[in-house]
Write a protein that binds this ligand. Structure first.
Ligand code: SF4
Length: 284
């Protein structure tokens, strides 16, 4: 029975597209599996769920997932997903994106998706670097972190994508890591419950492009780093500001549900329905 449960997720993958092309030890598969487990947990189906991805290592996931999927242009997953949601509001639309895809090339689409509160669930695989294109620094490379474009350490400050999402208007914001698989699955599943823009940052190890340049000996070392530097939100909130500042200085970060709106904001589709009503019901 346990084995059956454990393997029940396999139906969500295109077996003929496997094995995947991710490097040994890459964490992308962990996050991809957490997404399908969250889908299963919430009783969503392969017929009513669409997966939309951008470009990059993580965005390859859409090719492996047996749903209606679209692998779009670099940074453009959110606009494609917005179009799908407006045309077919009954569908669950999931966006898979990476830190470069979402916060650099697609940065404007990201903030405007949040601002519009489009009813999407966006999972950002944060591997802290451009993996597929050769290890260039992304907006989420830690300050001081090494990349091919920053061989002596990046001098750019790092985007906090969760803070950015909240400030831009997302109505559900959470963070977890590839180390905390069950927690990550729960954060994604809760995101499906939100009628509006749900953003989940999933920290994920990239041993090839980030780890080996930044003194991580192995993928397991990277997972241990996530374990040792993450702080559950409830404990984070109890820290005084000074202690919080010290924790941030040590590379620590909160995980969990970081923000959830009271539910008073209309999602984009509902707002458009009102426009249609004002216009006399044409077009829908
Ligand atoms: Fe994964 Fe990094 Fe390899 Fe890309 S380069 S597949 S993110 S380990």
């Amino acid at each position: 029975m346990m084995a059956e449960l454990e393997r029940s997720y396999e139906k969500y993958f295109r077996q003929n597209r496997l094995p995947h092309l991710w490097c040994p030890g890459c964490g992308n598969g962990i996050v991809m599996k957490a997404i399908v487990q969250a889908i299963e947990k919430k009783g969503l189906t392969q017929d009513n769920t669409v997966i939309v991805s951008g470009i990059g290592c993580s965005s390859r996931a859409s090719g492996y997932m047996d749903f209606d999927t679209i692998h779009t242009a670099h940074g453009r997953a959110i606009p494609f997903a917005t179009g799908i949601k407006l045309a077919r509001p009954e569908l669950n639309v999931v966006v898979i994106t990476g830190d470069g895809d979402c916060t650099a090339i697609g940065g404007n689409h990201f903030i405007h998706g949040c601002r519009r509160n489009v009813d999407l669930t966006v999972v950002l695989f944060n591997n802290n670097i451009y993996g597929m294109t050769g290890g260039q620094a992304s907006p989420m490379t830690p300050m001081g972190g090494k990349a091919t474009t920053a061989p002596y350490g990046s001098v750019d400050r790092t985007f906090d994508a969760c803070a950015l999402a909240e400030a831009a208007g997302a109505t559900y914001v959470a963070r977890s890591t590839a180390f905390h698989v069950q927690h990550l699955t729960d954060m994604i599943a809760k995101g499906f419950d939100n009628k509006g823009f749900s953003f989940i940052e999933a920290m994920v190890q990239c041993p090839t492009a980030f780890g080996r340049r930044n003194k991580f000996k192995s993928p397991a070392d990277m997972l241990k780093w996530m374990r040792d530097h993450s702080v559950m939100k409830a404990a984070w909130d109890k820290l005084e500001d000074v202690k919080k500042g010290e924790a941030i200085g040590q590379g620590k970060f909160p995980i969990g549900l970081l923000y959830e709106s009271s539910g008073s904001e209309l999602d984009y589709d509902a707002a458009y329905d009102q426009v249609i009503e004002r216009a006399g019901g044409a077009g829908k």
